[in-house]
Design a protein around this ligand. Structure first.
Ligand code: SAM
Length: 235
């Protein structure tokens, strides 16, 4: 088996226009969360390295409505859209996409090892939301009632899966992504991620014998994705 992928170091709003209409089976993506504006800065310690609380410079200005027309144009009629989001943007996803799709659901990833709350105020941020959208007759590999809860539990990824250079603040675990890809697409299908980061969705898709299209703006993250795909050793 040969890994089939096409990846671009570009702004996705420009590059997505080059994707053929109704050609993508699954859009699975992890866009900016728009939460860095709420951050009070990194957390500093005398006894350990500081904790990234700022997310990243790119974590701003994401509005699902800017992607609506292109997502609908490139998606096949039986395709699914699954997107990571956060408490402050889920309403916007619903407002923009619920009128278009028959179904709008959410899925929760519970992290078993989230960043501790050092000041012991509030809840640990141990859950991430994934919004899921589709129309009737969509591709959906329903296995067993017990395996199809809208909930998945796993640790955040750590080395060796977690890259050290470049370190991406929101690298997602491949096993979680595989769980979603297996349900929402079939072998040989095309999976698309316009916010590729260091390529975790691509790794999951290619290891499951899907084809992959990815776009990432940052050149270091883009090169790291390419290295990961080239190393997959599929033959
Ligand atoms: C939440 S991260 C994705 C992390 C990814 N799931 C992983 O596991 O590596 C979002 C990514 O989107 C990229 N990004 C932000 N705006 C973009 C744009 N307009 N076009 C392409 N990539 C963009 C950022 O550089 C960042 O790496």
């Amino acid at each position: 088996m040969k890994a089939e992928f096409a990846i671009f170091n570009a702004d996705n709003l420009f590059q997505i226009k080059k994707i053929k209409s109704h050609s993508v089976n699954l859009i699975l993506t992890d866009p900016p969360y728009n939460i860095s504006k709420y951050s009070t800065g990194n957390i500093k310690f005398s006894y350990r390295t500081e904790i990234n609380n700022d997310i990243a410079e790119w974590d701003k200005d994401f509005d699902p409505s800017n992607y609506k027309d292109e997502f609908i144009r490139i998606l096949k009629p039986k395709g699914n859209i699954l997107a990571f989001t956060s408490y402050n943007t889920i309403g916007r996803w619903h407002e923009v996409f619920d009128p278009i799709f028959d179904t709008f659901q959410f899925f929760i990833w519970h992290k078993t090892n989230p960043t501790p709350k050092f000041m012991k105020k509030g809840f640990l941020n141990s859950c991430e939301i994934i919004v899921c959208m589709w129309n009737k007759n969509h591709t959906w590999n329903f296995s067993h009632q017990d395996s199809m809860h809208n909930f998945y539990e796993s640790p955040i990824c750590s080395p060796p899966e977690r890259l050290i250079k470049p370190k991406h603040p929101t690298q997602k675990p491949v096993e979680l992504l595989k769980h979603l890809i297996k349900i929402a697409s079939n072998e040989k299908d095309i999976v698309f991620d316009p916010f590729m980061g260091v390529g975790s969705i691509g790794v999951a898709a290619l290891e499951l014998d899907r084809k992959f299209i990815g776009i990432e703006l940052d050149n270091e993250y883009f090169k790291a994705s390419k290295r990961r795909f080239d190393r997959l050793g599929l033959d």
